[in-house]
Design a protein around this ligand. Sequence first.
Ligand code: G3H
Length: 478
Amino acid sequence: DTTVFKFYSDGEWKKSTSGKLVSIINPTTRKTQYKVQACTQEEVNKIIEAAKTAQKSWAKTPLWKRAELLHKAAAILKEHRAPIAECLVKEIAKPAKDAVTEVVRSGDLVSYCAEEGVRILGEGKFLVSDSFPGNERTKYCLTSKIPLGVVLAIPPFNYPVNLAVSKIAPALIAGNSIVLKPPTQGAVAALHMVHCFHLAGFPKGLVSCVTGKGSEIGDFLTMHPGVSCISFTGGDTGIAISKKAGMIPLQMELGGKDACIILEDGDLDLAAANIIKGGFSYSGQRCTAVKVILIMESVADTLVEKVKAKVAKLTVGPPEDDCDITPVVTESSANFIEGLVMDAKQKGATFCQEYKREGNLIWPLLLDNVRPDMRIAWEEPFGPVLPVIRINSIEEAIYHSNASNFGLQGCIFTRDINKAILISDAMETGTVQINSAPARGPDHFPFQGLKDSGIGSQGITNSINMMTKIKSTVINLP
Ligand code: G3H
């Protein structure tokens, strides 16, 4: 059966001994598209054992050889862009062109990671003792970066390939092994990506991919004593993982409620274009999506009209047709979004378009005059619905942005760079974009969230560093 996929363990494709499968529902047809193995805890144990063994010799493999294999995997990944993109279209309803972009971006990320790893891991430090009071020059300290061991990578449904390789490639170049637990929606795209690493010829057991139900293997994986580091991207589950995980480094990127602040002197055409791109790309299902517009009252009518005109031009339909707005990932997600819309309706928000939904497909919606008592002012819809809150001062904008439990990114539109810097300093977010929508990329930029948006910093360089620890050797002179 071509729709049933095996999991990847110890360099081989296997069926689970559970005999059970997990269904992946196509968000557009709402019918089962693929099935993956429901792995058991015993299978997880075997994968982690193999990963521990493989890591030991991988850590001794010369850095340039590790880089060479990663470059090979990157090239194969790009060659396989079409079939992987097709999975993304079918599993997560990503528009066809964006699906290809995700795979190509992933190949570039893997290559960049190999290059960056060679540079930063090829360097250590040399310290002498007599710079610290009371010491003679009798000790030489040599430091280098060593791997952590087994890295557990858990990417989300919205970038099952890109946010998987953004964890896999830094882990591997740094000499770690990797256990990937893909999201259910996106698991087949992730398995196909893992196949590219298999074709590149990585040693057996170094890269594994375990599929299955979170309820069966989720906690078992994240609390497994064999795991030395967890890199997770997703929602609230990350908070639960961080509470349960042991004394290991954690890299977590969770939700966001990125504000777009527009001042009176902002370029309203530029702001409107960025609101469309930032708020509605992949139907708003990005952690870095613009999730609330904070607009000065004096220019609000003009801005809202400009955004409305652009919303009217968005195409709505199946991902195969490369529509701008495609069905959201699950029915429960669509129901959640609808709940936020109905709450706003009941509390008196102005609907700039009529609310329309067919199955998981929700038409793009701009809600004006949203007030703080509405859920949509604070919660992330992860869908094509965008609230507008009218403000009368910069302080009000900063207050609203900082009152959020999230702190991922934010953006400011103004022609006054001094004001922009002051607002950026005052915003409690990991990144602030001036005159552009929030975004994670380019993928070597640092990427981090404050508060409930995460722990640690990502981006290629930071991820490589995070997946290593410092080892010192001190030479004591006679
Ligand atoms: O969904 C979370 C991603 O990290 C956002 O990445 O800004 O490239 O869409 P992006």
